[in-house]
Design a protein around this ligand. Sequence first.
Ligand code: COA
Length: 335
Amino acid sequence: MEGIKFNQIGVSFKGSGSYVPDQILTNEKISQKVDTSDEWIKSRTGISERRISSLGDNVTEMGYAAALSAIEMTNWDIKTIDLIVLATSTPHDLFGSAPSIQAKLGAYNAVAFDLTAACSGFLFALITASQFLKGGSFKRAIVIGADQLSSFVDWNDRRSCILFGDGAGALAIEATNDFDNFLGFDMRTDGARGSFLNLPSKDNKDSIIDNIDFLNGGFSQIQMNGQEVYKFAVREVPIILDNLFRKTNYSSDEVDWLLLHQANQRILDAVGDRLKIPREKILSNLAKYGNTSAATIPLMMDEAIRNNRIQQNDIIATSGFGAGLSWGAALIKWG
Ligand code: COA
């Protein structure tokens, strides 16, 4: 795609899709592995079960399935897609999984690349793609969030292994020249607090020949300070959303849906309370999928669109947050 200047001013939301692996890991089953219980997990997190990838359910395959389903909701010719952005921290190929998705879709006119921002990844990717559309460079984009954290969870650490699951979601968005349904956004990073949640490389030293070392590739496991991450989320997410409401001249009363990164039901409820958004407007599918990292927001959005909870012209306040530390918010109108 050449990046030709079109006369565009806005973004319209045209389609959604999602995919989760078949394998279900319930709280009961996790308690056969670590010292925990269904009651503890449900009451502290709201999670009942999560999906776990098996062979064939890698990020490329899950992202492809979600993208295809989003495209099927539009009437687009696949060759008219200009841009594919895949948010993931667990690519099937470290050089990028988006190009494989582009090829599987047959979207040969699209430029495709990965973007890594952990649990904020989908939101950061949506904002990135929207800027290309609003700037007039591209017309049609697919934004995917897909993650397979089960491969990097320490399955002996009961403080973290209960939280995560695998899955993918995608949105199809299009540039418009007479209205803008992407109402505003904000993004933040604080690398100084990055040690609260990370997945570092292993740094295994080896040698090529005498006196010439190299570091073997490979990653360790998720390391998390749950209490600090919890405090970060319940403090920063209301602030960023409140500032966004001010900036866009919207009030929290005008929001039809609060769609937060699905990390913990207690975080969702605390943020809703601080913003005075009632529980019935807070979207949640944590019970079924846990925290699927970059996939949570589009996975939840797709479910709410397909069961007619989110309707045309509904206002959605969304926020992603997590490792980095990073967090962001966007205000959008569906349709
Ligand atoms: N089952 C049973 N007991 C558990 C447990 C489990 N799965 N995990 C921890 N515990 C125990 C601890 O060992 C501790 O016991 P102790 O007091 O005897 O040491 C006790 O429960 C309290 O632990 P604590 O870590 O204070 O629990 P918590 O109420 O903070 O809940 C989290 C833990 C992880 C659920 C919570 O901190 C959280 O959700 N944080 C945010 C994490 C997150 O969202 N990360 C991803 C962001 S993108």
